[in-house]
Design a protein around this ligand. Structure first.
Ligand SMILES: Cc1cc2nc3c(=O)[nH]c(=O)nc-3n(C[C@H](O)[C@H](O)[C@H](O)COP(=O)(O)O)c2cc1C
Length: 352
């Protein structure tokens, strides 16, 4: 199982390690460094036009000839939120004034989807892997993506979701435990308070599906990766540890906050983006929660809170993080992968 299995053979990987595609925070240089080191680099596509998406892929291909994962988060168009956003904008205005950021913008942003333009791009560039977050697209789009030869993956927060993904034809399921940074992947409205940790979820998903299972949530070093393989994972998908890599595009204030984050630093909340996601708890989250105002749907809520990042103040910026940030450190991606590969092998050997 470690380090070679059907998944690594199919995707031409040296190591069963996937770098989580984290939207625009992942640069083509990070994904290329990861793939060149024998793991799987991934690029988020949401928010990028076909041309910009293709430019990201071209930049990756210039730096790496190895496998690539393109990622599409999926959500409905929130519609016109201008009227509904009044109280939220008014409340946020106090923070914008404090930071000299001008007026809170009007809510913006449409559906998270594989548009016709992006489908054409996928057909042209034929990425080795196409991954989705928040379920799968409709059957016609899914079939068209599959027809390109792409290996299809998506995340599940429960056994029920894993089975549904398998029934719809994914090639592997990502079991995302509660420890994970970023958005909960649920597409069946799982109550976040009921989301299982990876230690519980992973073996139950492994028992329930026959496709390979990729473990996500809290995997950050050789110990945690080895534990995932012992629980039946065929690969691990890692987000927060890759956020620390020198090739990412995260702000200094975010990187500094991750330097000092402890096991009790994070919280899952929908107040920043409109969907439950894990962040380092700070004044922005406390203020939004104390207001009692419901978050606007994603990405409208995100469009209101995102400008606060420009303040350079970690108390009011959105700081995505998983629960294991304290186990991660700043370093080049190649060093992270080398360390994971070496330490995971050593840990697993110790049990033979
Ligand atoms: C900053 C951040 C952004 C993320 N964005 C995405 C995304 O766009 N698409 C996706 O499939 N997963 C995304 N994820 C979730 C990861 O795929 C994965 O479930 C998670 O990072 C695993 O937990 P860890 O952060 O403890 O490694 C994101 C995670 C983080 C930390």
């Amino acid at each position: 199982m470690w380090p070679s299995n059907s998944l690594t053979e199919r995707l031409n990987l040296d190591w069963p390690i996937l770098q989580a595609p984290m939207g625009g925070l992942v640069t083509p240089s990070l994904a290329a460094a990861v793939s060149n080191a024998g793991a799987l680099g991934g690029l988020g596509m949401w928010g990028f036009s076909r041309e910009d998406g293709a430019r990201r892929v071209a930049a990756f291909r210039q730096q790496s000839g190895r496998s690539l994962n393109l990622n599409y988060p999926l959500w409905d168009d929130p519609g016109d939120q201008r009227t509904a956003s009044g109280p939220m904008r008014e409340m946020l205005q106090t923070l914008f004034n404090e930071k000299g950021l001008g007026e809170v913008p009007q809510p913006a942003g449409g559906a998270g989807a594989v548009t016709a333009d992006h489908l054409a791009m996928i057909e042209e560039i034929k990425p080795e892997v196409v991954s989705f977050h928040f379920g799968l697209p409709d059957d016609a789009i899914l079939a068209a993506v599959k027809a390109t030869g792409a290996f299809i993956i998506s995340s599940a927060n429960t056994v029920r979701e894993a089975k549904e993904l398998e029934a719809r034809g994914v090639d592997a399921v990502i079991a995302q435990g509660a420890e994970a940074g970023g958005h909960r992947a649920t597409f069946t409205g799982v109550d976040i308070g009921q989301q299982a940790g990876l230690f519980s979820l992973l073996p139950q998903v492994v028992d329930a599906v026959s496709v390979p299972v990729i473990a996500a949530g809290g995997v950050s070093d050789g110990r945690t990766a080895a534990a995932a393989f012992m629980l039946g994972a065929s690969a691990v998908q890692i987000g927060t540890a890759f956020l620390r890599c020198e090739e990412t595009d995260i702000s200094d204030v975010h990187q500094n906050a991750l330097d000092t984050a402890t096991d009790e630093a994070t919280i899952v909340t929908d107040v920043i983006t409109g969907r439950p996601a894990r962040f380092i708890k700070n004044r922005l989250i406390e203020t939004l929660q104390a207001s009692g105002l419901p978050a606007l749907p994603i990405p409208a809520q995100l469009s209101l809170t995102r400008p606060l990042l420009a303040s350079g103040d970690g108390s009011v910026a959105a700081l995505f993080s998983g629960q294991s940030a304290a186990l991660t450190k700043r370093r080049p991606a190649v060093d992270l992968i080398e360390a994971l590969a070496r330490e995971t092998g050593e840990r697993l050997k110790a049990f033979v």
